[in-house]
Write a protein that binds this ligand. Sequence first.
Ligand code: CA
Length: 382
Amino acid sequence: MKASDKNRPLVGRCTDVGKIRSANEDNMGDLPIDQGHVLIVADGMGGYRGGALASHLVVEAIEEYFRDARVETPPKAMRQAICLANERIYLRGQQEEELSRMGSTCVLAMVREGLTYLAHVGDSRIYLLRKGGKLQQLTRDHTVVQHFVDVGLLSPEEADGHPDSHILSRALGPRAHVEPELSEFALRLRPGDRILLCSDGLTKMIRDPDIEKILQKGETPQDAAEDMVQTANDNGGEDNVTVLIYEYHPTTQEEWDALEKEETQEVPVKKPASEPASEPHELEEDFASASTNALPHEEPAGEQHDLDPLPKKKEAPAAPAKEAAPKQESAEKEASTEAKAEESSAKDDAASAPKEDKKEESSEKKAEKTEEPAPSKEDTEK
Ligand code: CA
């Protein structure tokens, strides 16, 4: 590594079709933005053509959004970018029978002035390795099995190797609307911290302690990314594997100052108003169940559940085990109330961020228009 490299962020990227699949349906993107960086990994599904197209549309839409947008509030912008990607996939899927079942996951990290904001849909993941620290999983999979773990119906041990662990509870594309999960906190990065974004082709083939070792060992993010993909393939390469690693180094005096001043490493963020889907997520589950994302997991990463995810809202206790299915509905009702409560503040923001809101408006108007001919369950099972 050149000495000058230590004064700017470093990005490592590696993707591979794996040992079993005939096509790589993963995609990724990294885009430098004003005082920061946007990082994306998307894992497509829905057939040979559809899967690759869906994940490509995710990266294209999000990069396009961040190239054009003047970002005032990162979580709001990230949500809009993901909704734009969802709309693109959904509308394209409506146009062609062969593409009607396509969809994608999405993990999105935005680093700005040393703070990291996260958003995701599906079972691709974001990890953080603090320099000299332990690997932390920062996202929680949107899978049916993870949901059962969250509500106490399954223990992490029972979830380990569960035959339904591939079934997604949220995905981009099958419906006109998607609700991304946004992090509650922005993380203050320190020099040398590494963020890893990856598709499940990595986490199915390498356990977290080994991911940690490779991430620590790689002299550069690119070395680590290549090593991870090679290891996933050596372990069987059952799926497409995609690894995107970002190593943070402060670039401005403000970032150095913030590092000295701030004692806390987590800064609460105001999340944008949720736009709950009009129906529960059953369709996505059906859709994902029938997708090509369904290879058996010989070696799932069981330890992942022992790691601390981002802190969750204290006022949002887990639903009792028996109420697993209705939980999502009640969460959506709650979100609906929040949405109404925050509607006026969202309007207030309109004046300060006209471009962002214009985008949101047009994107959501289109989504509303397309809500009517939403695909039926039958449609997704053709
Ligand atoms: Ca995959």
